[in-house]
Ligand binder design. Structure first.
Ligand code: TRP
Length: 452
């Protein structure tokens, strides 16, 4: 076992890094378009219930396993229950991290290109939605551009992860998270003072329960897990670098609060701007690329806000890809005793190989674009890893902590340096509510073909 695995310098450092992991494209890209598709406020209410009843309990479960063992996803299970099948749950998580990183880096790569275009003043002039669609299509369908951008983003990620825990990941989070927050608040300030902003608020806070279909409930759960980086051992890994006397319950609630709060704030940024421009909130995944690009010219200093917006996206994505890469790297460092440097570059190269088909699935290659009945390679990777693997992982982690390792052990760990209030409620949530609720959603999704 490698002795010197690294540590966060303080629980504040951990909170920044973990919040950086949680806050990502999930908050600024996925959350607003999902809210848009499922009708606004009522969906948000269900989402909040899932964060409280499932997200926070699973987050505490993962962190307790991580800190107690000081091992990453696979090693943690090995240490608690040697000679069992449980380490395979960690293995599933490592695989899932690999899968998510491969398609996430493609979308993250696009943000780099949009940022670059914004710097060149591209979004300062009037742009029709046809022109905007064309820009998006030309970029995403260009095989060389899409592949090179994903590679660039992976290299950026690797440069941080190779620096280790406090010297690489924490240091990057200490710079990037405050910058992120300042830019976001600036953008929200701009957005909420636009004409038509009130329509955006009305949409965001409309409790139209008739739109709350089963599919919406399913999406809300998937979104809660994805957004909080749960279900694949990312928080086991980050938790393994905590100090013995750090207050874990407090840190977990803080991270959940920031992740959820920033998703809401992202909604406050996007929807008033959309309604100001007369655009539809139901635009789906291309919302922040195609629709947002057309509205900057309608604002004073629009070019500047475009730079801020795409810069913000790139930063949010980076602190998330860092955590995804770290899960895999930590496995090779802990279990295979590779040096961090070697693990980082080998894993990055392998991820790049898997990112290529995703990068080619927006027109770059007809084969990867049309496969899986038109879902495409990236679309399928998103469904399989981003929804199914995470949900299955969340169930297994709850079953492990609730029934195998034991609530008593986990509570003792969480109380070291902290004070877990309502420990009995948490135990019941981990043992019964979370596994049953997530399992129902999984079965529902499998039987209806409604892929979260
Ligand atoms: N939570 C990130 C987002 O919202 C994505 C992410 C990073 C993630 N690490 C993860 C998702 C681990 C699931 C598991 O964009």
């Amino acid at each position: 076992m490698s002795v010197n695995r690294g540590k966060w310098s303080s629980d504040f450092g951990f909170i920044l890094a973990a919040a950086g992991s949680a806050i990502g494209l999930g908050n600024i890209w996925r959350f607003p378009y999902t809210v848009g598709q499922y009708g606004g406020g009522a969906f948000i209410l269900v989402y909040l219930a899932f964060v409280a009843l499932i997200g926070i309990p699973v987050l505490l479960a993962e962190l307790s396993v991580g800190r107690s063992t000081e091992r990453s996803a696979v090693g943690a299970f090995k240490k608690l229950v040697p000679n069992s099948w449980w380490p395979a749950v960690g293995g599933l998580g490592v695989l899932c991290g690999f899968g998510i990183l491969s398609f996430y880096s493609v979308i993250a790569g696009w943000t780099l290109r949009y940022f670059y275009m914004a710097l060149g003043g591209r979004f300062g002039d009037a742009m029709t939605s046809d022109e905007s669609t064309q820009i998006f299509t030309e970029l995403t369908a260009n095989p060389t551009a899409a592949i090179l951008l994903a590679a660039a983003f992976l290299v950026l990620t690797a440069l941080v992860v190779r620096g280790g825990i406090s010297g690489g990941i924490e240091r990057a989070a200490r710079v990037l998270m405050p910058v992120f927050l300042v830019i976001l608040l600036l953008l929200v300030g701009r957005s909420v003072t636009l004409d038509g902003a009130s329509e955006g608020f009305a949409f965001l806070f409309a409790f139209d329960f008739s739109k709350l279909s089963a599919a919406a409930v399913v999406s809300a759960l998937g979104q809660a897990l994805f957004s909080m980086s749960l279900g694949m051992g990312a928080m086991i890994t980050y938790g393994s670098y905590l100090n013995r006397d750090d207050n874990v319950p407090k840190a977990a609630v803080t991270v959940a609060f920031f992740d959820t709060g920033l998703a809401m704030i992202a909604g406050l940024m996007i929807f008033p701007a959309l309604f100001h421009a007369g655009a539809s909130p139901t635009g789906g995944p291309s919302l922040i690329f195609i629709v947002m690009a057309t509205i900057f010219n309608t604002m004073p200093f629009g070019s500047m806000f475009a730079i801020a917006f795409y810069g913000l996206l790139a930063i949010a994505a980076l602190t998330s890809t860092i955590s995804l890469l770290e899960v895999i790297v930590a496995y090779f460092v802990d279990e295979r005793e590779w040096s961090r440097e070697r693990a980082t570059w080998v894993v990055t190269a392998a991820c790049f190989a898997l990112a290529v088909p995703s990068a080619l699935s927006f027109g770059g290659s007809a084969f990867f674009t049309n496969m899986f009945g038109g879902t495409g390679f990236l679309g399928m990777a998103n469904i399989v890893f981003g929804n199914y693997f995470l949900s299955i992982g969340a169930v297994l982690i709850c079953v492990f902590v609730g029934w195998k390792w034991g609530i008593g052990n986990a509570v003792a760990e969480l109380n070291r340096g902290g004070n877990l209030r309502a420990a009995a409620v948490w135990g019941a949530l981990v043992r019964y509510v979370c596994p049953v609720a997530v399992a129902i959603v999984l079965i529902y999704a499998a039987f209806t073909g409604n892929y979260l």
